[in-house]
Design a protein around this ligand. Structure first.
Ligand code: PHE
Length: 434
């Protein structure tokens, strides 16, 4: 059974797929608006420190646990100790819930690609976005189409599906990002945008920022839902985990910074507030595109870029649950894919409708979409990350060597894993509940 598990066909394919998972809406949609809200450069600084010295730890641990124990998250926890299986189930639940709101955003992206490619372009995007979401059919249908696109590749399999898709989409994504960032730098707002990003104003520092930066770093690295465990389980023996984690972090951060370089000059050129929030990408930016030359092509390339980023992350999200169904529950890949489709649509449809028809339906005072985002990003992901850190630090301490190596730096990371990270993560969890 063990030797029938698939493996990455090369180290590079693994890195591309893992970067594909990490680089997503988190980098291009969430990172710039959180950075905008948190005062720019000072947030970037805090974020860089946290991602390089703290978040590298759970990332390496997840990869190392996957590589050593070979399996989907439930199988892995079962192998470590059957009593811990509950954490595997929590990973599964998280990987079921995240796509249900992530893919709604994927549906909006498809819609925007369509309008900039062939449709007439609306004059007022705030109004357009509202009208789109009050329509009971189009956003739902697009969410389901996005789900199908993301499901095809893990359904086909690791080498022919997931690897191929990433190997094609990621290079195109990078080229598009570089072109758009280069274009943004020629705009009049470039200097102001760059200053906002790279000239820290220390007076804007606050402790809330640390929390937001940590949450963002966990989300963007796809930590805490078992994806990196699953991707790590397809690794060959001789791979250096810590080096791979830093490679991932490097590319993920590079993309986030390039996304900022692409977005802030545009924002400053047009004098809108960089703090515009979640609607930055779907309302403010398209509105600005209207005022720039080559509107259609510029906007189409931008949304295609978002699309590639979202699909490659979507693939990894679905692979995490598919691998549980096919490995732990011993379903065929086909049955597992059908189950993923049914479950995801059943939850994603009300999530999509929560912007229109179901906007009055609230759970804990939140719309269904916001509730899914909140319960996964603020509760389930930090909880699963805390679990894997405590398990790795205290129950299977031998994993530290696989994750960090054996030098002095490894010892520091091992110490942080065992004593500091559980405290930090529990704090994130408790503060995130407010
Ligand atoms: N890392 C992805 C992003 O930045 C999102 C994601 C989260 C993907 C969790 C998989 C798991 O958009």
């Amino acid at each position: 059974m063990e030797n029938k598990r698939p493996e990455w066909s090369s180290y590079i394919s693994f890195i591309i797929a893992a970067v594909g998972s990490a680089v997503g809406l988190g980098n291009i949609w969430r990172f710039p608006y959180i950075m905008g809200k948190c005062g720019g450069a000072i947030f970037l600084l805090v974020y860089l420190l946290l991602i390089a010295f703290i978040c590298v730890i759970p990332l390496s641990v997840e990869l190392a646990v996957g590589k050593s124990y070979k399996g989907d998250p439930i199988t892995i926890y079962d192998k470590i100790n059957p009593k811990l299986k509950i954490f595997g189930y929590l990973c599964l639940i998280t990987s079921i819930l995240i796509p249900c709101f992530y893919f709604v955003v994927g549906g909006w992206i498809l819609n925007y690609m369509w309008i900039f490619l062939v449709n007439s372009i609306p004059a007022d995007f705030a109004q357009y976005f509202g009208t789109l979401n009050s329509n009971p059919i189009i956003p739902v249908a697009l969410t389901l189409i996005f789900l199908l696109i993301s499901l095809v590749f893990p359904f086909i399999g690791l080498n022919k599906g997931i690897e191929k898709a990433n190997n094609i989409m990621m290079p195109i994504f990078v080229v598009m990002l570089i072109i758009l960032a280069g274009y943004a730098l020629t705009l009049p707002g470039a200097k102001e945008g760059l200053e906002f990003m790279f000239k820290p104003d220390f007076s804007k520092f606050n402790s809330e920022m640390i929390l937001l930066a940590l949450g963002q770093a966990l989300f963007t690295l796809s930590i805490g839902i078992g994806i990196m465990m699953t991707y790590g389980s397809y690794l060959k023996k001789d791979v250096n985990i810590l080096k791979s984690s830093y490679t991932l972090i490097f590319f993920d951060t590079l993309v986030a910074v390039l996304a900022g370089i692409m977005i802030f000059p545009i924002v400053f050129t047009n004098g809108i507030e960089p703090t515009a929030g979640a609607t930055l990408v779907f309302i403010s930016l398209p509105q600005i595109f209207l005022t720039l030359p080559f509107t259609r092509i510029l906007a189409f390339v931008f949304f295609t870029l978002l699309f590639f980023a979202a699909v490659t992350s979507g693939i990894s999200l679905l692979e995490a649950s598919l691998s549980c169904y096919s490995e732990y529950f011993k379903m065929t890949r086909k049955k597992a894919a059908v189950l993923v489709f049914i479950l995801t649509s059943a939850i994603a449809i009300p999530a999509s409708l929560s912007f229109g028809m179901l906007s009055d339906f609230k759970i804990l005072g939140k719309t269904f979409f916001d509730f899914l985002d909140f319960s996964t990003s603020n509760i389930l992901m930090p909880l699963c990350t805390t679990a894997i850190c405590i398990v790795a630090g205290w129950i299977i301490p031998h994993i530290k060597q696989e994750a960090f190596g054996i030098n002095f730096y490894a010892k520091i990371l091992g110490f942080l894993l065992k004593y500091i990270l559980p405290v930090i993560l529990l704090l994130v969890l408790i503060l995130g509940l407010r």
